[in-house]
Ligand binder design. Structure first.
Ligand SMILES: [Zn+2]
Ligand SMILES: [Zn+2]
Length: 230
């Protein structure tokens, strides 16, 4: 039934590249040439995903000085065009197909590894922000990742209890302070391996604060997953 629906859907609405308008490849709204040209974050710090100039198994200087609360990061791309265009299209113009493309690309990257967490937690938005935007971009991306990797989505275990200032104008130290006690854990994470997911990881302050409260709630291993790393 599902495959017939898929065939009919592909015939009515064939996958079309969101970047150039050519026919999409591999069942997604992205063509092969545009997929090859994306700014893949190949060489990066294994702990925080920071792009590095060359291949290295060692953590970056910042992680060595002050390790983050999460154990490892996977950020599929550097936050550059055209990935920035796809992320902003989803976030500010509710272009859901961009969220599905981003989620499927992140899932491709994650599928190369053997480990799977027991649940996937999209970074929650504050209810006021959620109401004004109408959706949470991290949930849209996480749905696709969850479906492709078979990792259950956890939407109710963590909530954002404090409205925070937009992070873009703030320094790294201000970002950390701004986020302090922003999240509250409702679920039981004792002994669980979890992944938290955000669209973009800039300084890692949001993921760090969420990881901090999850660790306090008993999470064993915590990974930070993002489509793009600034
Ligand atoms: Zn294209
Ligand atoms: Zn690092």
């Amino acid at each position: 039934m599902n495959s017939w629906l898929g065939i009919i859907q592909d015939w009515l609405y064939p996958p079309t590249c969101l970047l150039c308008g050519d026919p999409g490849a591999d069942g997604r709204d992205l063509c092969r040439d545009c997929a090859l040209d994306l700014p893949y974050n190949r060489w990066c710090c294994p702990r925080c995903g920071l792009p590095l100039g060359s291949e290295s198994a060692r953590e970056c200087g910042a992680c060595q000085r002050q390790p983050p609360q999460f154990d490892a990061s996977v950020a599929a791309f550097r936050y550059e065009e055209p990935v920035r265009h796809l992320i902003q299209g989803l976030k500010f113009h509710a272009r859901y197909p961009a969220g599905r493309v981003l989620g499927s690309l992140l899932a491709d990257r994650l599928a190369q590894r053997d480990e799977r967490p027991q649940c996937l937690i999209p970074v929650p938005l504050h209810p006021a922000r959620y109401r004004s935007r109408g959706f949470n971009q991290s949930i849209e991306i996480a749905r696709e990742v969850s479906a492709r990797l078979g990792v259950p989505l956890d939407l109710g275990g963590c909530v954002r209890v404090r409205a925070t200032l937009p992070q873009t104008e703030l320094s790294a130290a201000e970002r950390a302070r701004n986020l302090r006690n922003a999240f509250k854990v409702l679920g039981d994470y004792r002994g669980l391996d979890v992944a938290v997911l955000d669209d973009v990881m800039t300084t890692g302050a949001t993921m760090n604060e969420l990881a901090r409260v999850l660790r306090k709630a008993g999470a064993r291993r915590i990974e930070a997953w993002a489509c793009a790393r600034a």
